[in-house]
Design a protein. Structure first.
Length: 160
C-alpha cells in the first residue's frame, strides 16, 4: 500500500511534466502579443518632499487635561437587595416560585444574575428552609434560565 502511494506520488507528476509541450502554440503567441504593461504615477515628485495631506481641515481636538471621568455605580432602587441565589426543585404547583426572607410573601420578585444580566420573575412563597450562604432559593427551572446549575450560589440582585 505504501509502495503504491509513493509510486503514484512520483510517477503522476513526472508523467504530467513530460506530457507538456515546450514549443509555443499559435494561441499562446497571440495572447503574448496582446499583453501590455502599464506604469502608474504615484504623485510624488523626484525630490524627497511628499505632497501634503488632503484632510487638514476640520474641528480641532480637545485639549487633554490628563484627568478622566469617574464612573459611579447606579443607585439601587429602594426595593432591591444584592445577595446570592441557589435552587431547589419545588412541587409542580409552584414552578414559578422562589423563597426569600427579605421580601414579603406573595410578592413578585425579579431576580437579576449579576454575572450575565439574565433575569427571571418569581413569586415569593414559604418553603420553610433557606440554606446558609443563600439569600433566595429559586425553582430549578427558573434558575436554569439565569445560569447553569453548577454556578450556584449565584450573585444576584432582587427587585420587588
Amino acid at each position: 500500500m505504501v509502495a503504491a502511494g509513493i509510486l503514484t506520488a512520483i510517477v503522476l507528476p513526472l508523467a504530467w511534466i513530460a506530457g507538456g509541450s515546450t514549443e509555443p502554440t499559435e494561441a499562446t503567441i497571440a495572447t503574448t502579443a496582446l499583453v501590455t504593461t502599464t506604469t502608474l504615477d504615484t504623485g510624488l515628485s523626484s525630490s524627497a518632499n511628499a505632497d501634503s495631506a488632503a484632510n487638514l481641515e476640520g474641528p480641532t481636538a480637545l485639549v487633554q487635561t490628563g484627568t478622566g471621568q469617574i464612573a459611579y455605580p447606579a443607585q439601587t432602587p429602594i426595593n432591591s437587595l444584592r445577595g446570592r441565589a441557589t435552587f431547589k426543585r419545588f412541587p409542580d404547583s409552584a414552578i414559578t416560585g422562589c423563597a426569600t426572607s427579605a421580601v414579603p410573601l406573595g410578592t413578585e420578585v425579579t431576580v437579576l444574575n449579576l454575572n450575565n444580566g439574565r433575569k427571571v420573575k418569581c413569586i415569593n412563597i414559604n418553603i420553610g428552609y433557606i440554606p446558609s450562604g443563600a439569600d433566595i432559593v429559586v425553582h430549578t427551572g427558573l434558575f436554569e434560565n439565569l445560569a447553569n446549575l453548577i454556578d450556584a450560589p449565584l450573585p444576584v440582585e432582587l427587585r420587588w
